[in-house]
Write a protein of this length. Structure first.
Length: 378
């Protein structure tokens, strides 16, 4: 700690504020959990900015502060991240006062959101991703009394989450699953606040950074986004031709699983029984060639019919039929798995038998063909 204090004294006596050195010193203090010193160093780094432009939260683009170089934005992002971590360290000392803890979490979240934004100015996906994960932790800490525990506090974090997701989506991070998780968290907060048009606008914008026809690791993320797009179609329709919009969405999906998931989400968001019925039937039908994966949707369909009181004549089937079909499929899957296990055991037995046969029919150690010929000659 004394080394850091000595370095702080040297930097303070310098004729000009060195943004990079103050930020590096802040990070070094943070690595040793000297959070008060880290906070002081990060605050000192802001002294490199013009006095009227130190409110980084209000800066929308790098061009707003032309005095800062690309390297400067990087180090400002580091400084903001350290300030946020310093605030989060105060949670353990704030006792059980819920209001104080919420205040600390929200303040830390604001620093992390600003850090992610500044990292985006210089296309540093690694730094933006690190800030986003810290922002996630600030939101999800203390799930029973934290920022996501009530509708009012969920609404309060929407601006920060918009900033974080914008930085993530622009930087194309290596982990699309985390990227989707952050975007879904924003969508959940928007819809909890009743901001369905804003949610629809945001989920539509994701097509640029999370294409629905993604493959590999991004495929599961695309399925999740498709579900939210379908939900927003039902809750915040852009036109009266909802089914046309839904069919357009389905045309963008490349797998039966994604289409089934989209239909299920659409059905859960629809307001009328007729629309819910049509969507659930379509979800089951999308998986006609994948009976094992169809089971989950058949069970949900049957449960919905029983709860909603939908008549079999209206649905075109009975819940008992759906349940029996699901049971039969599960039995077939179980029987096939048992056959595979039995076949594997048979192969193992055959392999052991063949090995034993080779071992008993092979010549004993030391026995050679030349020795056999000598014995025959004698």
């Amino acid at each position: 700690m004394q080394d850091i204090r000595t370095a702080m004294q040297l930097l303070t006596s310098a004729p000009a504020v060195n943004l990079e050195l103050w930020s590096q010193l802040s990070r070094a203090a943070g690595r040793h959990a000297y959070w008060q010193l880290a906070k002081e160093c990060a605050a000192a780094a802001l002294g490199a900015l013009p006095a009227d432009k130190r409110g980084l939260k209000a800066v929308a683009a790098a061009g707003d502060v032309p005095e800062v170089s690309p390297e400067g934005w990087y180090w400002l992002s580091v400084a903001e991240m350290q300030q946020g971590q310093a605030v989060m360290s105060l949670l353990s000392t704030s006792g059980r006062d819920a209001a104080i803890q919420l205040s600390f979490q929200h303040k830390a979240l604001s620093h992390f959101a600003t850090s992610a934004k500044l990292a985006g100015f210089v296309s540093r996906a690694d730094l933006a991703g690190a800030a986003a994960r810290l922002a996630w932790n600030a939101c999800t800490t203390n799930s029973t009394a934290g920022l996501l525990a009530a509708g009012l506090t969920r609404a309060a974090v929407i601006p920060q989450l918009k900033t974080v997701t914008a930085a993530l989506n622009a930087s194309r991070p290596a982990d699309p699953s985390f990227q989707v998780s952050c975007n879904i968290l924003l969508l959940e907060c928007l819809t909890a606040a009743g901001q369905w048009p804003a949610a629809r606008q945001h989920v539509d914008s994701l097509q640029r950074s999370l294409p629905l026809k993604s493959h590999g690791p991004a495929a599961a993320a695309a399925v999740a986004v498709a579900g939210w797009r379908a939900t927003c179609l039902a809750r915040a329709p852009a036109s009266k031709r909802i089914m046309e919009d839904m069919n357009r969405l389905l045309s963008e999906l490349s797998t039966p699983q994604a289409k089934a998931h989209a239909w299920r989400a659409f059905g859960q968001a629809c307001s009328t029984v007729e629309e819910q019925l049509a969507a659930r039937k379509a979800a089951v039908a999308a998986l006609d060639r994948l009976p094992a994966e169809q089971v989950e949707y058949q069970l949900e369909f049957a449960e919905w019919m029983l709860v909603s009181g939908c008549e079999a004549s209206t649905a075109g089937t009975a819940p008992e039929v759906l349940l029996q079909t699901a049971i039969d499929t599960l039995r077939e899957v179980e029987a096939a798995a048992t056959e595979d296990v039995d076949a594997g055991e048979a192969d193992d037995t055959s392999s052991v038998y063949s090995h034993a046969t080779r071992r008993t029919t092979s010549p004993p150690p030391g026995h050679t063909a030349s020795a056999e010929r000598r014995t025959t000659t004698n």
